[in-house]
Design a protein around this ligand. Sequence first.
Ligand SMILES: O=P(O)(O)OC[C@@H](O)[C@@H](O)c1c[nH]c2ccccc12
Length: 256
Amino acid sequence: MDFSKVPGVLGRIVAGRVQDYRDADPDLGAPRAGERRFEAALRGPSLSLIAEVKRASPSEGAIAPLDPATAARAYEQGGASAISCLTEPRHFDGHLGALREVVGAVALPVLRKDFVVHPAMLREAADYGASAALLMVSVLGEAVGEYLEMAHHLGLDALVEVHDERELDIALGSGARILGVNNRDLTTLNIDLAVSPRLIRRARGAGFGGVLVAESGYRTAADLGPVRDLADAVLVGSSLARSGDLARATRELLAP
Ligand SMILES: O=P(O)(O)OC[C@@H](O)[C@@H](O)c1c[nH]c2ccccc12
């Protein structure tokens, strides 16, 4: 695949990951049974929360020096339904070891949050105990369908992420069961909370029956209003990570 056309900040992050995995073995090995734990955790009568272990980001720089296992436990105590763990090292201060620590610390399903550009990244996610991996249409384009099959081969759920109508149409055609709509444009880092409601309505209108996740930029319970009766789940990182009391911040975010 040619990733050199990915624009802006996202392009720079992706270029680093392409380098990191240039010589990695693409072999996935034998098929593994899928438990679909991540998907199941997000379905439910009320809005579910995926709480993210996020120590830094390109838009905010250092966020908080979280210990991944401690942070994940606090999110679990606060009522999160799943944990997202960033493993990208250069821009998000994540690492693969954090994934294993988080998986060992909580009973909740864990998402490997990274810029997947190589099959080995999915094999690692499964080897380190993740229940799911992020696949970004802004990075993979039409190849997202192949990556989805690889994730399922490994027994992983996939959160297929989109940011605009064109990406959504690719995701809908890929066979994705879990769709995430990112309010943040990763090429410019601008946030617009109107993006998730708009694309979630479009996905439902197109007959999508899977799980829908609104992502990025949510700080308060009030912020969740526009997606409360629309999305199955929200993905929140920075505002929880920065709060100083992660369990309490999680509880307050989920309070209706
Ligand atoms: O910190 P926030 O604004 O609550 O956002 C969390 C999450 O949505 C964000 O970290 C994210 C969404 N998609 C991504 C893709 C790669 C890296 C990070 C992300």
